[in-house]
Design a protein around this ligand. Structure first.
Ligand SMILES: Nc1ncnc2c1ncn2[C@@H]1O[C@H](COP(=O)(O)OP(=O)(O)O)[C@@H](O)[C@H]1O
Ligand SMILES: [Mg+2]
Length: 438
């Protein structure tokens, strides 16, 4: 205070002297600047401290060690910063947890915000829709999924204001998607915040359902055909044909053939169902496949002769580790087809070979061949290139699907190469077979 009035203490001070007035004026300016510095410096330091907090830069503030009002303010700010940081790290942890949950979900998740733009796409959804990480976020659904009704469904859910469940077909590649859309609401105000969709890929389930339906329809049809025929002939016989010995024998022969067909069909169906349900235990052991092949050829010698088919063998590998009875079924089916679908005078060759990794069996014929478009479906149950011809020959259309099942049960693979009117080559490989029967 004394300092403030210092100029007035000069001897001879008078307001009339302009020099004195100037001195007083300058003196107050000096005092003012000093005061500003004294109050302003810590304020500036506080300001920097707050700025650092805002930017998230770690601070060590020496102000907080002061006992005055600035120190108290700085300590307060530091307390706020500490609780802020701990809140932030809790939030961060929660976010990471939610991200991990979303990332590990097998269902796709897509969410939109209050503006209708996409706010989240989890990895499963990104994969499902072939989007790169981050792609599509911030855009409207109808822009991200232009070729589907997905955008419209998001919009409708938001407008209607209640959850929606829907099945849609996604094209390219074709998939059946099951959508569950729900509304995102503010926990407190219940206000609408957006829409979240959980998307399941149910293509496999629908395919299996359709295969099962086809299977039931096919089985019924296959059972009905011989039964209708049997019933027809029995009725004709009862209507008087029994009196004619020749007709009677002819009809009974047909009835006998049809009964055989029914028997074959039921036997094949039982095989298939056992193989598919995994009920058949693999009785694996080492056996000589050349013996098995010879044994099977003996049973078809008559048919080979009748059709004047020439059969050659080239057995390079003889020992297989597998279920001999199942392999018998495989070879019978493949050889039976080769004989059935090769016209008179044709050639059939059977061979085996092996390398350190695989054993291979093949059977080649100079038969009617298979059109290229049929090749991918050949191993399906009941698939036949020419239904009429196959049935005429007593086929069930299940043979190749049984072959495929058996080989796959042994960890192997079946392949086919064929040219129309030239012939076919069916082959299977199974993992390495040992050289000698122990
Ligand atoms: N060696 C072959 N040559 C020509 N076509 C074949 C041959 N093997 C199989 N196929 C075709 O594949 C179909 C399915 O064979 P398969 O499942 O054994 O049924 P099936 O012999 O009872 O008709 C046959 O109907 C036939 O059209
Ligand atoms: Mg067959």
């Amino acid at each position: 205070m004394l300092l403030l009035f210092l100029p007035f203490l000069f001897i001879g001070f008078t307001w009339k002297n302009p020099v004195y007035i100037l001195v007083v004026f300058l003196w107050f300016i000096v005092i003012g600047i000093a005061l500003l510095g004294w109050i302003g410096a810590p304020l500036k330091e506080l300001y920097d401290f707050m700025e650092n907090l805002r930017l998230g830069v770690p601070t060590r503030n020496r102000l907080s060690r002061r006992a005055d009002i600035y120190g108290q303010l700085a300590q307060g700010l530091e307390r706020i910063e500490r609780s802020h940081t701990s809140h932030l790290s809790t939030l961060h942890g929660r976010m990471e947890e939610i991200q991990a949950i979303l990332a590990s979900m097998s269902e796709g998740v897509v969410a939109t915000d209050i503006t209708g733009r996409i706010s989240l796409i989890n990895p499963a959804a990104a994969e499902l829709f072939h989007l790169k990480p981050g792609e599509g976020v911030g855009e409207f659904p109808y822009k991200v999924f232009p070729q589907s009704e997905l955008g419209e469904i998001f919009h409708q859910t938001y407008v209607k204001g209640y959850p929606v469940e829907k099945e849609i077909i996604w094209h390219n590649p074709e998939r059946v998607l099951n959508l569950h859309l729900a509304l995102i609401r503010d926990e407190v105000t219940e206000e609408l915040r957006g829409v979240v969709a959980v998307i399941g890929d149910i293509t496999k389930i629908r395919q299996l359902e359709s295969i099962r339906k086809d299977f039931v329809a096919n089985v019924s049809h296959e059972l009905k055909t011989p039964l209708t025929s049997i019933k027809g002939f029995i009725e004709t016989l009862l209507d008087g044909a029994l009196e004619d010995k020749e007709t009677e024998t002819k009809f009974l022969t047909i009835i006998n053939q049809e009964t055989d067909r029914l028997n074959n069909l039921i036997a094949d169906l039982l095989d298939i169902s056992k193989l598919e349900s995994g009920q058949t235990d693999l009785r694996k052991r080492l056996f000589h496949i050349d013996h098995l092949i010879n044994e099977i050829i003996l049973t078809v010698e008559g048919r080979l002769k009748d059709k004047q088919l020439n059969l050659t063998k080239d057995i390079q590998a003889a020992v297989v580790d597998g279920d001999e009875n199942l392999f018998r079924e495989v070879i019978i089916n493949l050889l039976d087809n080769a004989i059935k679908y090769t016209p008179e005078g044709g050639e059939i060759s059977i061979g085996t070979s092996q390398n350190p990794e695989r054993f291979e069996f093949f059977i080649q014929d100079t038969g009617i061949g298979i059109p290229e478009e049929s090749l991918p479906r050949l191993f399906e149950r009941f698939y036949r290139v020419d239904k009429g011809r196959s049935r005429e020959m007593g086929g069930t259309g299940l043979g190749l699907s049984i072959v495929k099942h058996i080989i796959e049960r042994h960890g192997g693979k079946v392949t086919v190469e064929s040219q129309l009117a030239k012939g076919s080559r069916f082959a299977f490989t199974i993992p390495f077979a040992p050289k000698e029967v122990e």
